[in-house]
Design a protein around this ligand. Structure first.
Ligand code: WQD
Length: 338
């Protein structure tokens, strides 16, 4: 029996594949490599010394997606594949709705056709929009503040309706807070194309001299140092949360949502300070204007995941910074050696 991982060559997908393989699962990756490269799969195999069957497929291509199910004995699916750039979703909403929702519809239709009813879905804390209170619990109101977040809310609602229509479905919605860090090997990590939108990859590129300085998006928020607070979680902790969700899914039918966060918030300046302490590198920075849509404070109440998934994040902010930097150094050296 195999676990099908859509988007398995991506940042969180690749780290989850490593942990699945290490745990002894057989893994199949479906990825269209729009946001990653096939060599990521080679590096997953190098880390684990396991082979991974891979299909270069767009999930919207229903006939090619069907071959994956026809050729393999799939037990469950972890669905990462999708577009996730907030700013781009504002510019190209139809592309985001068609891709994220359309591909999930195709996936679920094919799963039903082949009697595969166990699904772990990659959701996001962005479904909470601008949270009314923190820490955020799973029953907090959902409110999209951008098309990307709205695709996640719509897909969550769609999956609830699906489970209501057919009680064979066992679905876990994992709401990620702010994944950063990388596998200790330095072989896999976050590799945004173009100018990084997110804080940590921007910091590592400043540290590597790829970017001149960090622009801190506002220091006049109602927080301890005026900069926004987020729940940064090590991507390996996040990956391990998926393994626990997969095990938990055997115990219920229907849909359960879980916050995957540490429960601790850090400000932008605290992250910069931690990175400087972890690496000994000073990060040049300037205070810039606020970024529209940023919530002042967002961090998880991870109690439900801790009690129901027997999971909690263990890696520290310093480790997240050390591991992010190691990946940046290894990857730059690897690309320069080509
Ligand atoms: C974190 C903090 C910025 C860059 C996003 C998506 C969310 C999820 C995780 C997919 C904020 C500040 C950032 C910079 C800065 N992705 N910042 N200078 O916005 O919390 O969440 O990634 O699911 O959907 O919205 O993360 O890393 O972009 O920003 O000051 O150059 O760092 O203002 O306060 P965010 P982020």
């Amino acid at each position: 029996m195999s676990i099908l991982v859509t988007g398995g060559a991506g940042y969180i997908g690749s780290h989850t594949c490593v942990e699945l393989l290490t745990e002894g699962y057989d893994v199949i990756i479906v990825d269209n490599f729009s946001n990653s490269g096939p060599d990521t799969v080679n590096r997953i195999e190098e880390i684990t010394s396991k082979k991974v069957k891979t299909y270069d497929i767009n999930l919207l291509d229903s006939s090619r997606l069907e071959t994956v199910f026809a050729e393999n004995n799939i037990e469950a699916v972890i669905h990462f594949a999708g577009l996730k750039a907030v700013g781009e979703s504002v510019e190209k909403p139809l592309h985001y709705y068609e891709t994220n929702i359309g591909s999930t519809i195709q996936l679920c239709k094919t799963m039903e056709k082949y009697g595969v009813y166990k699904l772990v879905f990659s959701s996001s804390a962005t479904v909470y929009g601008l949270p009314e209170q923190v820490p955020i619990e799973e029953n907090a109101p959902l409110k999209a503040v951008n098309p990307y977040g709205n695709t996640k809310i719509i897909i969550e609602d769609m999956l609830r309706d699906l489970a209501t229509s057919n009680n064979n479905w066992r679905i876990s919605l994992l709401r990620y807070f702010n994944p950063i860090g990388a596998h200790k090997s330095g072989l896999i990590g976050e590799e945004p194309s173009g100018i990084p939108n997110n804080l940590m990859p921007y910091i590592t590129q400043v540290a590597a001299g790829v970017r001149e300085q960090l622009s801190v998006f506002g220091d006049d928020y109602p927080t301890k140092d005026g900069t926004c607070i987020r729940d940064y979680i090590h991507v390996v902790d996040l990956a391990l949360g998926h393994l626990q969700a997969l095990k938990k899914i055997e115990t219920y039918t229907g849909v359960q949502a879980y916050n995957l966060g540490t429960g601790t918030g850090y400000s932008v300046l605290e992250v910069v300070d931690a990175f400087e302490k972890a690496t000994g590198i000073t990060i040049p920075k300037k205070i810039g204007p606020r970024r529209p849509g940023d919530a002042p404070v967002s961090y998880a109440d991870p109690t439900k995941a801790r009690t129901e998934l027997q999971w909690e994040a263990k890696r520290t902010l310093i480790e997240m910074c050390e591991d992010s930097w190691r990946w940046q150094v290894h990857r730059k050296a690897q690309l320069e050696s080509k």
